[in-house]
Design a protein around this ligand. Structure first.
Ligand code: PBG
Length: 324
């Protein structure tokens, strides 16, 4: 059947019909809000390149998390910004480290909040790489041991989900075994499985003070042109025991997300990263675009491509304006 019998516009005629015909909608439960935690008290420091994003000390983080839960966002992802850094990233698995303190406070003071932690060394190492460095190279297997210790320490502090973002080989299996040995067989792993060496992380590195002091991350994060390799990374993390798989960044990599949706029957997450967020905010500040509508449309596109979970700095703002 074709025109004039078929008229696609019939079901677009009224808002009610459009609502009824809508194939995808954003829900508050889709969102995970990344949060940065710093040392000190009473700190609520704006991140210049990410309007609306702050670095909070633990006490302020608790208040922020309460606001987040009030607008219906179910989960946060914590990034620690420690005062001290060293070559092995000792702060990452310190029992009284910044993230460990934050997790404990959130779990005791904010009921029902799902607390996820980013498991990586880059915020804790003085060289800013995601693993240990020997002779100018990021070495895989010793880094994985440090990451596993970090994941266990987050679980000990009370984390609900651990999310390794380092892109070392084999880390999901080693983290899974370490969690199980430590009595944390119930704690899921959200693996940053297909994480690309992206220029879109720029603003984040200012916020987290995690810019590599030499070189870049291209020897461990993925090369942006590679789709088949991304699916293999996801397959491997799944086989190693990941409970959910992430694609990161989101909008420039929706092809990978859509393909992963076809292949894997696990929850998929997509990270709308700092640069994606900053571009929208910057253009909106100039009055060049409608920032709210662009964010809604972007996040919806991520959902349509196949994401179950969307990590976004706009989570609380978008959730607050979703219909009840
Ligand atoms: C740490 C990490 C990064 C991001 C999340 N975890 C930075 C990086 O890999 O350099 C980026 C998040 C964002 O840009 O919003 N490995």
């Amino acid at each position: 059947m074709s025109f004039p019998t078929t008229r696609m516009r019939r079901l677009r005629r009224t808002e009610t019909l459009r609502r009824m015909t809508r194939e995808h909608v954003l829900r508050r439960d889709d969102f995970i809000l990344p949060l940065f935690v710093v040392e000190g008290r009473g700190v609520r420091e704006p991140v210049e390149s990410m309007p609306g994003v702050f670095r909070h000390s633990v006490d302020q983080l608790v208040d922020e998390a309460k606001r987040v839960v009030d607008v219906g966002v179910p989960a946060v992802l914590l990034f620690g910004v420690p005062a001290q850094k060293d070559a092995r990233g000792s702060g990452a698995d310190a029992p009284d480290g910044i993230v460990q303190q934050a997790v404990a406070a959130l779990k005791s003071e904010v009921s029902d909040l799902c607390v996820m932690t980013d498991v990586c060394l880059c915020e804790y190492t003085d060289h800013g790489h995601c693993g240990l460095v020997e002779d100018g190279e990021v070495v895989n297997d010793p880094s994985v041991e440090r990451l596993a210790a970090t994941a266990v320490s987050h679980a000990q502090a009370g984390a609900d989900v651990v999310a390794p973002s380092d892109m070392m080989d084999g880390r999901v299996a080693v983290i899974r075994a370490a969690l199980d040995d430590g009595g944390f067989d119930a704690i899921p792993i959200l693996a940053y499985a297909a994480k690309f060496a992206s220029a879109f992380y720029g603003p984040f590195r200012d916020a987290a003070e995690s810019t590599p002091q030499f070189g870049d991350r291209r020897a461990y994060q993925m090369d942006p042109p590679n789709r088949r390799e991304a699916l293999r990374e996801m397959e491997l993390d799944w086989a190693e025991g990941a409970d959910a798989l992430m694609v990161k960044p989101a909008l420039p990599y929706l092809d990978i997300l859509a393909e992963a949706r076809q292949r894997f029957d696990v929850p998929l997450a997509a990270y709308h990263v700092s640069g994606e967020y900053a571009m929208v905010k910057a253009a909106a500040e100039r009055g060049w675009i409608d920032g709210d509508r662009i964010l809604d449309e972007s996040l919806l596109a991520i959902k349509r491509a196949g994401a179950d979970w969307i990590l976004t700095y706009a989570a609380a703002d978008v959730a607050a304006r979703l219909p009840a």
